[in-house]
Write a new protein. Structure first.
Lengths: 504, 96
């Protein structure tokens, strides 16, 4: 039977139950209008076809994983592998949250063509979590310092850097279910995952991490269908003019929200976890996100009355400094993480200055200081030397040092009796529209203010099996590893900085 | 749209391997203005034409063994444009 014939037959099985009302069935309602519209599923997905495709993908990928566990294919690059301890820790939770989001959408959105796509996507997201856990397991068995990979899933739930991705997915899974489709399928999966899963797969391969390259590509082959789900949802919504202002609101919010989260992750991984350098993360983002997505996809929505996102110019200019500001935060706070980093060397400086003119003037001093704070015998901690961590944005949970620490757009604002801090106009506007959506997030200071750093590290669980040595280290191959005692001697207590100037 | 230029490139990225290599060679042979780039872990096929058509019958002949839309979708890592999956082909178009 042909795909189209089987697809139509499967659709005809759909029925409206008589033993439950529409309200009881949907549980969560949506503010978007979906009655009387004609949806289209460009992939024509149904279970038989779906299982056949996924089996084919899994057969190919897991055969490679099995072979890699037996063969010695050479040692991958240390900076890349250590960076992936942090990188992979964030993915599993994001995928699982996406699966939850798809379940909500399948129950909320009535047209069967869209529901089928969402149901398959829910299964995909679970598959992705499994694939990522399996590559973490592979790295635990094959990488010379497996510590850090073993806590990846736990770290995704508690590390200060992962707050950025946690807050993103918590926002996604608690928004209107159809708005979730715009955030997840249009912005995360159409705009940004191409760069991550396809673009960064070249980096993984170039750095000897073939298993991650295969994992990223087999995941993105499902994302290709999710992109089609996003377009199917969007093109269905666009048939009813009453949806246009709500779509615009969702576009305005999620363009900024994903730029500050997934977009920032792409920039950090693409520039700072590599040694074999080709394109900069800025060049990759311009090509995959701004040329392909905004120039090739978003622009076609203008004929429906959709305007460009309000912060588009700022999103582009942010790319000049975004990876560098993210890096001084992540690596400046290294003891609260669970991976090693070697610091930048002269080759890195030269390349960064070429790709990002002005890099050394603004960030060189941090890296010179970092390189002087590596040896535990010296008792000097870069985190203390830089004056501790900055404030965190209540919406995106980034530190308020963007686009660059000296030109930060941080501000404070009162809501009720409480003071909240934001990194930008974009995040403050999002908060102002739905403050109750964001007031509850506990940031690093809410959890650890007043505690001495070694206590914080112990509470986070980022200590090796001997109970005294830190998982994270500020060097790939140090002469001696930092211990909790070394940290205690530095005597650093977590202090919340004063709020920035008010701008309400 | 501010600094953004309209972009009408249609592209497909295939997971690297023998299968991707055969499909890329075939597309170069069948269509003018198709640019294939080896990106290491994946192969990129791009055109400025309004569409890219991956025809299962043509691919089957090039492979020398039975092929299907499902198998093609297993190596299609991503695409730029608007996709349509049919019984005997997969089309990626500039316009949705």
């Amino acid at each position: 039977m042909k795909i189209s014939e089987a697809y139509d037959r499967v659709k005809a099985i759909d029925w409206e139950p008589s033993y439950i009302t529409q309200e009881e069935k949907t549980v969560e309602t949506t503010k978007f209008h979906l009655d009387g519209v004609k949806p289209n599923d460009p992939f024509k997905t149904f279970v038989r076809e779906y299982c056949e495709q996924e089996l084919e993908k899994d057969d190919r990928h897991y055969a490679l994983l099995e072979a890699a566990s037996r063969l010695n294919t050479g040692e991958p690059d240390g900076r890349w592998m250590e960076g992936m301890k942090f990188g992979l820790s964030n993915l599993v939770g994001v995928e699982y949250a996406a699966a939850r989001a798809m379940g909500r959408m399948a129950r909320t959105v009535a047209p069967v063509e869209l529901r089928q796509g969402y149901m398959m996507q829910m299964l995909d997201e679970m598959r992705h979590s499994n694939l990522e856990m399996n590559v973490i397991r592979h790295h635990m068995r094959s990488w010379k310092d497996p510590v850090g990979f073993d806590v990846a899933a736990q770290a995704g739930a508690c590390s200060v850097g992962s707050s950025i991705f946690r807050s993103m997915v918590e926002d996604l899974v608690t928004s209107d279910p159809v708005e979730t489709s715009i955030g997840l399928q249009v912005f995360v999966e159409t705009a940004y995952t191409n760069l991550f899963f396809v673009g960064l797969s070249s980096h993984a391969s170039a750095h000897g991490d073939d298993m991650l390259a295969s994992t990223l590509l087999t995941i993105q082959s499902d994302e290709a269908r999710h992109m089609a789900n996003g377009w199917a949802t969007l093109s269905t919504l666009l048939q009813d003019d009453r949806n246009i202002p709500m779509i615009q609101d969702a576009m305005d919010k999620w363009s900024w929200r994903i730029h500050t989260s997934f977009g920032m992750g792409n920039m950090l991984f693409g520039d700072y976890f590599v040694t074999k350098r080709t394109e900069s993360a800025k060049e990759m983002t311009m090509r995959w996100v701004f040329d392909d997505f905004y120039g090739g996809f978003y622009q076609k929505l203008e004929k429906f009355g959709i305007k460009p996102p309000p912060h588009l110019d700022e999103m582009i200019s942010d790319l000049d400094w975004m990876s560098h500001s993210a890096a001084i935060y992540i690596f400046g706070a290294w003891p609260t993480f669970f991976h090693r980093y070697d610091g930048l060397n002269d080759d890195d400086f030269e390349w960064f200055e070429k790709k990002y003119p002005g890099f050394y003037e603004h960030f060189g001093s941090f890296w010179e200081a970092y390189n002087k704070c590596k040896d535990p015998e010296d008792g000097v901690l870069i985190l203390k030397e830089m004056g501790g961590l900055p404030n965190f944005c209540q919406v995106c949970q980034r530190p308020t040092i963007f686009p660059r620490p000296d030109i930060s757009k941080q501000r404070a604002c009162k809501f009720g009796d409480e003071t909240f801090i934001f990194c930008s106009d974009g995040c403050q506007n999002i908060f102002t529209k739905e403050p109750h959506h964001y007031v509850g997030f506990k940031n690093f200071y809410d959890l650890y203010e007043g505690k001495e750093l070694s206590t914080v590290i112990q509470e986070l669980g980022f200590v090796r099996a001997d109970g005294i040595t830190l998982m994270a280290q500020p060097e790939l191959e140090p002469k001696r590893l930092w211990t909790l005692d070394d940290i205690r001697k530095v005597d650093y207590v977590v202090e919340r900085p004063a709020p920035p100037a008010f701008k309400c | 749209m501010s600094q953004i230029k309209e972009n009408h490139t249609v592209s497909a990225k295939l997971i690297g391997g023998d299968e991707a290599g055969i499909i890329c060679e075939l597309m170069e042979e069948l269509f003018d203005d198709v640019v294939v780039t080896d990106m290491g872990s994946y192969m990129s096929i791009e055109t400025q034409n309004p569409e890219l058509v991956f025809d299962v019958a043509e691919i089957t002949e090039a492979m020398g063994s039975p092929y299907s839309v499902s198998r093609f979708l297993a190596v299609l890592a991503t695409y730029k444009g608007f996709i349509e999956v049919n019984d005997d082909n997969v089309i990626i178009r500039d316009e949705g």
